[in-house]
Design a binder for this molecule. Sequence first.
Ligand code: FAD
Length: 468
Amino acid sequence: GAGDIHAEVVVLGSGPGGYTAAFRAADLGKSVVLIEKDSNLGGVCLNVGCIPSKALLHAAKVISEAEEMGAHGISFAKPKIDIDALRDWKSSVVNQLTGGLSGLAKGRKVTVVTGFGTFTGPNMIEVDGAEGEKTVSFDQCIIAAGSEPVTLPFIPHDDPRVMDSTGALELADVPKRLLILGGGIIGLEMACVYDALGSKVTVVEFMDQLMPGADKDIVKPLHKRIEARYEKIMLKTKVTAIEAQKKGLKVTFEDDKGETTSDTFDRVLVSVGRRPNGARINAAAAGVAVDERGFIAVDSQQRTGVSHIFAIGDVVGQPMLAHKAVHEGKVAAEVCAGNNRHFDARVIPSVAYTDPEVSWVGLTETEAKAKGIKYEKGVFPWAASGRSLSNGRSEGITKLLFDPEDDRVIGASIVGTNAGDLIAEVALAIEMGADAVDLGHTIHPHPTLSETVNFAAEMFEGTITDLI
Ligand code: FAD
């Protein structure tokens, strides 16, 4: 039947996946309704993810660089931190982007419906908003409901001193002692921010390395640097209890030998992963299958088991990254408009915007070893890069992995300042099927960090002559 509103394409969720899909579908001539529960468009990424974290990381970088210039003959006074002004600046960056999205939606005649959407049938969503309920009927639908932070049963999440990433980005204060529970990308980025602002940071991680998934040798320079700056890094340790006390949060740790210790912190950031929002949208009413974790399975055209319903972004699986959501959003919108597109990216880069940054794309050595994939490597230590020495930050490493059969580049891992920007070149190289000679013979500007990619290829080729 017809809903209160009808659209050819309805997009559920306005994060990077959802707004990209909505805008692309509209550009291709479809009438589009975009449903979002929050008052601002942009989803996690713009409001409480990628963007506010990068604004704060920029501030952190300026603070720590100013501190470290002392060793090179330039000393600044201790920074005066006006936390309210910093928070306002972060919010202004977010508002500029989310406000921009509203304008872009209007310009394309995308109708935004505010409220929580749930399926009531294969062609109908009910939206529960501030002004009551509204039904939206559709010919095709793109689910872009995203994800939310994982909570743990033994943690008093209702205590305001226990934060998730959203709470940490609110920047309520600068806690004296902060525990980061979970040494993954999001936890370590926030650790970096609070360390620069003056917190004494402890990181606890269950696995035997920070940033599990990334190669150990690549994580090492980051580990070394933060170990020197932070109060403590605990590996192979789990948190078994958190007790809210008046003087702080009493945390119990258990190491891999079963020994327990406890310590008290002013705040705890729980960053142990994200879970997809698929279980909340009553997808069953539309016949769309959601697995027990909340993920929705899709084919290479982003189609769910129901042929006119698509899904994209965090809700369809790992890696939960904005650039993956955006790419999938374009694929889904174009398929909705009748184009024959598939998600056929060979690789999706991952970046931790810590200091130093850590990035990887395609095959890692960890994965190659686990799967028995043959590879050869070219490794360039940044201590031999003129630019990284000039920056006073020579701890980086650029590592390229090659297919031994044809010398094509199949993966890269980079640690160092700006590693996130550097990885894009290798992503392109892999998409283009470039080999070691292609990377080694491409003239890179000197002196830049981009040369480290060029040099790593030359290390593999054995053609490097001078290390500068
Ligand atoms: P989301 O951005 O999660 O958006 C989903 C939207 O749907 C939300 O607005 C939600 O309110 C809405 N919604 C959900 N259910 C309903 C419903 N039933 N009805 C109405 N609306 C609904 N990724 C990167 O690539 N780079 C980074 O630097 C980066 N940094 C991050 C930092 C932090 C602190 C966090 C938490 C995440 C970060 N990410 C980063 C991950 C990135 O934010 C996500 O991968 C991305 O936002 C996923 O986009 P999405 O479109 O799938 O969904």
